[in-house]
Design a binder for this molecule. Structure first.
Ligand SMILES: Nc1ncnc2c1ncn2[C@@H]1O[C@H](COP(=O)(O)OP(=O)(O)OP(=O)(O)O)[C@@H](O)[C@H]1O
Length: 574
């Protein structure tokens, strides 16, 4: 095989160019040619070309045979009746039947036979002399979407590439860029046509699609952002009337972590599901767009109450609001406390939960994230907490509450409670030192943030079940709590499971009776309200139907916290 060493040919060409004064060319043309011949890019290409040619010439890259699949079948036939002869024979017999081995041999033969699909037709090159730079791109139509959108440019009326989806067919081709003008599709001039016309040309075409494009000015580099977010709403592109291209949409559910690969467009981000092996990105509404929709929806909801809106204008958003649950009435246990702030909890939902930027937090030996159990009164948080502590009381600790009440005979300061004066406690509450506090029978009770910190700092796992209002103070970068929502099962299951285990009502002062039907219903209503207000802060949800199962899930989560990296707000790991 003859190898062309282009570098030396270039040198000769360059030398002769310098002597080419008699050629009927302008200085500009000669200059252009000379620059081209000396350009780094061209030399790099030539290097690649030379390497391929040199390697191609080497024997080691030639296949020994191109029909290995046939050989495999022959071998299988021969040894099928001889597997008893030796273990090796048997092993080979099974090995050759494995789909992966057969697939490998198949691929080998296809490469050996140079049986590459698809076979692209010759590119038609009919470019006018005075035509500007044109690129002709051929793509093979498949089930996969093209991964690009087009639009009519407002000023010029030209059809241009509006968006290229990360990892999609157009992006992978490396040939189609945002801003490229579409001149022809499959030989059909698209001048004066609408994007819908172009779409129908594409839909009706078969085999290959040929685009004639005028490249956009300047290079558009697609660099993937590293941002990950947790979605706080469900999204289905099919029911979104505003998405530029429904097929390009990415559906997701509340709680899923998304990798935002591009935020270039103010309204439509490109994203992939974290861990999804499908490399193609999809369109999702940007934070700004989603916030706008929520505001619109809230306005709509208010108007709807006044009979002002028609349903067809409503953007879809799922959230459920339950009637305000009755305030928690105290019983003579310090954990039952009335919250002065409880009336204000609508405030929390004012914060528009769309996406939260997250990052992975790796477990650190000896520093454990506090486990916070949130749920409606009576749902079983104490029971679950108690069971977890029982598994290893040296490891799991719960903060000792403070009280302003007088110490009773037999009580020890720092055992059941820390006993402090009312003045001291009021001062500390005022200074924001308590994550929760309340008053019962004229005495103050509360849990201080410092007690949580000291459990964490002493290398123990802090487990606590505060009132949901405490979340605001607990969810800080310093404490990094893992928040588990304990959810009641549906009413019939709730009643059945509690009756079966003879559960005691936490609304009864003496804990001497079971829950009433009304208390069960209140538990569910209260749960709905907690979900509405705080769902976006939960790391996990455990449905407390069967107690043993729910506890098993809690124990597994506690173990996972110590061993696995988990998603947390990005600001916690910076
Ligand atoms: N899954 C379950 N099945 C049956 N009984 C349960 C279950 N979970 C908890 N219980 C029982 O329900 C009662 C109330 O549970 P617990 O005291 O843990 O509620 P709580 O959520 O801590 O309530 P509060 O917040 O009002 O103190 C207890 O008797 C407990 O044993």
């Amino acid at each position: 095989m003859k190898l062309f060493v282009f570098d030396t040919l270039f040198d000769r060409l360059l030398t002769s160019l310098q002597q080419a004064n008699e050629l009927p060319s302008t200085d500009e043309e000669l200059g252009f040619l000379s620059d081209l011949l000396q350009s780094k890019e061209l030399h790099a290409l030539v290097n690649v070309h030379n390497k391929i040619i040199t390697n191609g010439a080497s024997d080691k890259f030639f296949p020994m045979l191109s029909t290995s699949v046939n050989v495999m079948y022959d071998v299988l036939e021969v040894i099928a009746v001889r597997t008893h002869i030796s273990e090796d024979c048997k092993e080979l017999f099974y090995l050759l039947q494995k789909p992966h081995v057969q697939g490998l041999l198949c691929a080998h033969d296809a490469v050996a036979q140079k049986d590459y699909y698809p076979h692209l037709p010759e590119i038609p090159i009919e470019v006018d002399e005075d035509e500007e730079t044109i690129k002709i791109v051929q793509l093979v139509k498949s089930n996969e979407p093209l991964g690009a959108t087009i639009k009519t440019e407002e000023t010029s009326g030209k059809i241009v590439i509006a968006r290229v989806m990360h990892g999609g067919a157009a992006d992978r081709s490396g040939l189609i860029h945002v801003g490229d003008e579409v001149v022809e599709v499959n030989g059909i001039n698209v001048e004066g046509k609408t994007p819908a016309d172009v779409l129908s040309i594409l839909q009706n075409s078969e085999g290959t699609i040929t685009f004639k494009l005028v490249p956009a000015n300047g290079k558009s580099t697609i660099r993937e952002s590293r941002v990950r977010v947790r979605a706080h709403f469900d999204y289905a592109a099919i029911s979104d009337p505003y998405i530029p291209c429904k097929e390009a949409g990415l559906d997701f559910c509340k709680g899923e972590v998304l990798h935002i690969v591009s935020q270039d467009d103010a309204y439509w981000w490109q994203a992939r599901k974290e861990g999804d092996r499908n490399m193609r990105a999809g369109l999702i509404p940007s934070r700004a767009l989603q916030e706008r929709r929520i505001i619109l929806e809230r306005t709509f909801d208010k108007d709807k109450e006044n009979g002002l809106c028609s349903v067809s204008a409503l953007p879809v958003l799922s959230c459920s609001q339950s009637p305000k649950s009755p305030r928690c009435i105290s019983k003579p246990k310090t954990k039952k406390i009335m919250y002065d702030t409880a009336e204000n909890d609508d405030f929390d939902r004012e914060h528009i939960a769309t996406y939260e930027e997250v990052a992975k937090l790796y477990p650190r030996p000896g520093i454990y994230r506090p486990i916070v159990l949130i749920g409606s009164p009576g749902v079983g948080r104490n029971e679950l907490k108690r069971r977890l502590i029982d598994t290893d009381p040296e490891k799991y600790k719960t903060p000792i509450p403070y009280t302003s009440r007088a110490m009773k005979p037999g009580e020890v300061n720092g055992k059941e409670y820390f006993f402090v004066t009312r003045e001291q406690m009021e001062e500390d509450i005022e200074a924001g030192k308590f994550i929760e506090f309340g008053e019962y029978k004229g005495n103050l009770y509360g849990t201080s943030a410092d007690s949580v910190k000291s459990i964490v700092n002493s290398g123990h796992v802090c487990i606590l079940n505060p009132h949901y209002q405490a979340l605001k103070m607990l969810r800080t970068p310093q404490l990094k709590p893992y928040i588990i929502y304990i959810k009641p099962p549906p009413l019939d299951v709730l009643k059945r499971t509690r009756t079966a285990l003879n559960a005691k009502s936490t609304f009864d002062v003496n804990s001497s009776r079971g829950f009433t039907d009304e208390e069960f219903s209140d538990m569910i209503k209260s749960a709905e309200r907690i979900e509405f207000l705080y769902e976006h802060l939960f790391d996990e949800q455990i449905i407390n139907a069967d107690l043993a199962l729910a506890f098993g899930q809690l124990l597994a989560s506690a173990n996972r916290l110590e061993t696995e990296p988990l998603w947390v707000p990005a600001s916690w790991v910076q």
